[in-house]
Design a protein around this ligand. Sequence first.
Ligand SMILES: [Cu+2]
Length: 89
Amino acid sequence: MTVTETEYALKLSQSSFTPGTYTFVSDNAGKLTHALSIDGPGVQDAKTKNIQGGQHATLTVTLKKGKYDLYCPIPGHKQLGMNQPIQVG
Ligand SMILES: [Cu+2]
């Protein structure tokens, strides 16, 4: 499961999810520093370290049925479009 990050968007390698444990590989294909944060049922403020342009980081979370929000936690980036809700189950 890959999340490609650029200024200012997130692109997911898959769009449908069933409950289970996932490792998100957050690939910063942009020039600025980004990170990946996930919030939803049973997952609060899970996030990667800050990722420099051209680098990647991983984040392993267990997703239950419900709605989760994937976003970049760098101030202002979520509002600029680095935000992608997903539905699990
Ligand atoms: Cu960002």
